[in-house]
Design a protein around this ligand. Structure first.
Ligand code: HEM
Length: 126
């Protein structure tokens, strides 16, 4: 496993732990923020060092690799509305609709991120 795969695994574990602590705000928020932050930093690093976006847009990878990129990108894009809604909840907005939308988007995002995480291992070169 490469160092980048190890970091991606830690980010995914932080998100899963954060999800498990979703009813405990004081644990949920730092865990998911650490997971999202790690993921975004890793993507930035891969972009700077390897031009990850250009590689993905060349569409010359295997189907599994393309699916990994597709699921992971969709999850990353969902981080932004989830962060926006999450911070509104943190600031004390008690709207049930807000909480439900945050939870729904976050569940879809975690599903996509988990699929992307499993497919990441198709990139593992022995
Ligand atoms: C992908 C990451 C995330 C996932 C999977 C996630 C998941 C969830 C879920 C499922 C709930 C609803 C719990 C319920 O059923 O009522 C929830 C609540 C909440 N989330 Fe997130 N969330 C994520 C990111 C964030 C972020 C980034 C923030 C803050 C910046 C945040 C702040 C909150 C808050 C304040 C609540 C209400 C907690 C409470 O007091 O019960 N979440 N989250």
């Amino acid at each position: 496993m490469t160092l980048q795969m190890l970091i991606a695994t830690c980010a995914w574990l932080l998100l899963v732990l954060g999800y498990c602590q979703r009813y405990q705000r004081s644990r949920h928020v730092p865990l998911v923020l650490a997971g999202i932050g790690t993921d975004l930093a890793l993507v930035l690093y891969l972009q700077i060092t390897r031009g990850a976006v250009q590689k993905a847009l060349a569409f010359d990878m295997t189907l599994l690799n393309q699916l990994h990129v597709g699921f992971s990108t969709a999850a990353l894009l969902l981080y932004f509305p989830i962060l926006y809604l999450g911070f509104r909840l943190v600031r004390g907005d008690k709207s049930a609709a807000l909480r439900i939308t945050h939870a729904r988007l976050a569940r879809v995002c975690l599903g996509l991120r988990t699929a992307g995480f499993i497919l990441m291992f198709s990139m593992w070169k022995h």
